[in-house]
Design a protein around this ligand. Structure first.
Ligand code: PLP
Length: 378
């Protein structure tokens, strides 16, 4: 039996996804740009998926561009918007807890001469919208702030910040990386006042290698990839019809169950908090009002990797922090006020609605075992 508690890293593709992918690979395998019937069928498949994701986001299908994943969507959003709107306005304001791919895009923009202002949470680990507002000036082209932090599950006040920014500086472009919030917590790009919004397939029970970028009507972006008219000229390259079809099917299937899944996952997280709090030396690091899908804990006196491998040998799979960091710390936990020695001992547990009470019990027993066997061995 394996216990998979690393759903913020990636999720198991659902049946709706694999069925749609299989059909797109075995029957409907035309190129959407081809003018014959098979091409038109493939184009229709892409259109259907676009509508399914648009329905899940409560936006217009024409506002979505398919990409290879959130990393590309974030780069297209930030670098694509900076190229258009940042010719004279050279300041970008970002949260200091963004995913590595946003940090990577910002680093490239800094190399191009943009000034990036990074806003940290206050001492209590909570963002104060006033800090963003104070940083946004007439020289600012872009503000970016993720919706749910992938390391702690903290929900950031994106709507509050973006609406205030838009009120005071309507010309500033707003972008949110909504990867860990999509189909998990309720939001729409409109309610968040987001001009640009990133989602990823493999975090919502679709396959790896597909994502989408929402861009509000009228927002212009410079494409990263050119040389083809696909995706309205915004993203050249033959569309991966199977990946896109699977993403659309997964989004349609999940959007019918957002609140039921939230209830299930919330109960699992509560059980995890209760059972892990009873294990000596375990500290809960996630905010109480964070996403029900993510729980960050620290196991006193033990390094994350040691516990991770100990659990993996028992078939329990968790993350040491954020999956993309491969054991390298991003500094995000410290931004949230978590001390270095606790960060060194951090495990990220992330749930999906298929997890069970037995998974949580196995996790708690595994960590109790790790404490008993590993602490005195050091
Ligand atoms: N943004 C956030 C918040 C994430 O959690 C991740 C994945 O870990 C990404 C972006 C990157 O997503 P993708 O693997 O689709 O490029």
């Amino acid at each position: 039996m394996s216990v998979y508690l690393d759903n913020a890293a990636t999720t198991k593709p659902c049946k709706a996804c694999t069925d749609a992918m299989l059909a797109a690979m075995t029957e409907n395998y035309g190129n959407p740009s081809s003018l014959h019937t098979m091409g038109l069928d493939a184009e229709r498949t892409v259109d259907t998926a676009r509508k399914q994701i648009a329905a899940a986001l409560h936006c217009d299908a024409s506002a979505l561009t398919f990409t290879s994943g959130a990393t590309e969507s974030n780069h297209l959003a930030l670098r694509g918007a900076a190229a258009v709107y940042g010719k004279r306005k050279r300041r970008i304001v970002a949260s200091a807890v963004e995913h590595a791919c946003v940090r990577g895009a910002l680093a490239l923009l800094e190399e191009e001469g943009f000034e990036v202002i990074r806003i940290s949470p206050r001492e209590n680990g909570v963002f104060d919208p006033a800090d963003f507002l104070a940083a946004v000036d007439d020289n600012t082209c872009l503000v970016t702030m993720m919706l749910v932090n992938n390391e702690t599950g903290a929900i950031l006040p994106v709507g509050e910040v973006f609406s205030a920014v838009k009120r005071d500086h309507p010309q500033v472009i707003t972008h949110t990386d909504a990867v860990q919030g999509f189909l998990k917590i309720p939001f729409t790009p409109e309610k968040l006042c987001a001009d640009l919004l990133t989602v990823s397939g493999h975090k919502v029970h679709a396959c790896k290698g597909v994502g989408a970028l929402y861009h509000k009507k009228g927002i212009r972006l410079k494409p990263l990839l050119t040389g083809g008219e696909q995706e309205g000229g915004l993203r050249a390259g033959t569309e991966s019809v199977p990946l896109i079809a699977g993403f659309g099917a997964a989004a349609a299937s999940l959007s019918a169950t957002v609140s039921a899944r939230t209830e299930t996952v919330r109960a699992l997280r509560t059980a995890a908090i209760e059972q892990l709090s009873a294990v000596g030396g375990v500290t809960i690091q996630s905010p109480e009002d964070g996403s029900p899908y993510i729980l960050s804990i620290s196991v006193k006196g033990l390094r994350s990797e040691t516990v991770l491998h100990f659990l993996a040998e028992r078939g329990i799979f968790v993350s040491s922090g954020s999956a993309c960091s491969k054991g390298k710390q991003s500094g995000v936990l410290q931004e949230f006020g978590i001390r270095q020695n606790a960060a060194d001992s951090t495990l990220r547990l992330s749930f999906c609605a298929e997890n069970t009470a037995a998974d949580i019990a196995a996790l708690a027993a595994g960590i109790r075992d790790a404490q008993a066997r590993l602490v005195h061995k050091r």
